[in-house]
Design a protein around this ligand. Structure first.
Ligand code: COA
Length: 273
């Protein structure tokens, strides 16, 4: 299957989404009305995104119209939210070999949708509107089985693959360009209060079912193997696996692609956790 071209500029994310929607509408007339309502009738990504979040989250308790107004206020007040959504779409295009066009994540990927709604919830949290932020969190959790506390700070270019069962605690921080699979928990140990959740560096891969517990740092570009329980810090660029997680791989360069460091990995046993 030809790999989707990584879209370069912010403008082209929206243009590519529109083109995909037009093509899909021609191929599948049954979806024409949905595609028109969610994408083609809008003039930019923020309008389409607010409609999509509202369509999903709105219910009898909080109408879609109101959810949409809240989203638009958030997008207007903080333009980094929509920029992050664009980077998230690009991240899916780059990293998910299963996708054919940006339509799939935008219309159907609950990881992407939960993430965008959570960004709005976080904005509400920063405005001191905690109850509405919790309402968003609750609806997101009900709909997508993804529970992200609105206080958590999330970077951009994130890819929540499959999404089911992801839990991210209040004081967690997730760096830019992180990928996480279903079943990831960024939680507390239960023994700490206050700042008690993990700090995930940029470009980290968190495999399916990985549990990272406590206020510990997972360094930039580290990998956490599927099914691991991580209780201690992870050095940048290294891989940990197992229960409890142990260092299994540690290249000598934290960013081998950038430094062009071709030396073989020496396991540095001081790092073993
Ligand atoms: C950890 C991972 C990222 C590979 O990273 P890596 O740095 O390339 O590690 P390697 O493949 O070199 O493996 C290093 C060691 O860890 C072990 N290992 C890898 N994944 C493991 C896991 N999930 N649990 C326990 N051990 C694991 C390997 O067997 C190897 O052990 P060995 O040295 O005794 O042979 C990958 O195995 C992984 O878990 N990816 C997540 C994939 C996922 O979640 N898929 C779900 C898709 S729906």
């Amino acid at each position: 299957m030809p790999k989707l071209e990584v879209v370069a500029s912010q403008d082209s994310v929206w243009n590519q989404l529109r083109s995909s929607a037009e093509a899909a509408g021609r191929e599948e007339p049954h979806l024409a009305s949905l595609l028109n309502a969610v994408i083609l009738s809008h003039h930019d990504l923020s309008a389409a995104l607010s409609f999509q979040i509202a369509r999903k989250l709105g219910d009898e308790e909080l109408r879609a119209m109101t959810v949409r107004e809240v989203c638009l206020s958030a997008f207007q007040a903080d333009t980094t939210i929509v920029a992050a959504a664009e980077a998230d779409l690009q991240a899916v295009a780059e990293r998910d070999p299963a996708i054919k066009t940006l339509l799939q994540p935008f219309l159907y990927f609950k990881g992407f949708q939960a993430l965008q709604a959570s960004r709005v919830a976080h904005w509400l949290w920063t405005q001191g509107r905690e109850t509405l932020a919790f309402h968003f969190q609750s609806r997101i959790s009900e709909l997508f089985q993804i529970d992200i506390h609105p206080g958590a700070r999330l970077g951009s270019g994130l890819f929540l693959d499959h999404g089911t069962g992801i839990v991210i605690g209040e004081t967690a921080v997730v760096g830019d360009q992180v990928s996480m699979l279903h079943g990831v928990t960024l939680g507390g140990t239960g023994a700490e209060r206050g700042d008690r959740h993990p700090k995930i560096g940029k470009g980290v891969l968190l495999g399916a079912g990985a549990k990272v517990l406590g206020n510990i740092v997972v360094g930039d570009y580290a990998k956490v193997a599927s099914g691991s329980v991580v209780l201690k810090p992870v050095p940048a660029g290294c891989t940990v696996a197992g229960v409890p997680a142990r260092l299994v791989n540690c290249p000598t360069a934290a960013e081998p692609a950038r430094t062009m460091d071709h030396t073989l990995a020496d396991v540095v046993y001081d790092f073993v956790i």
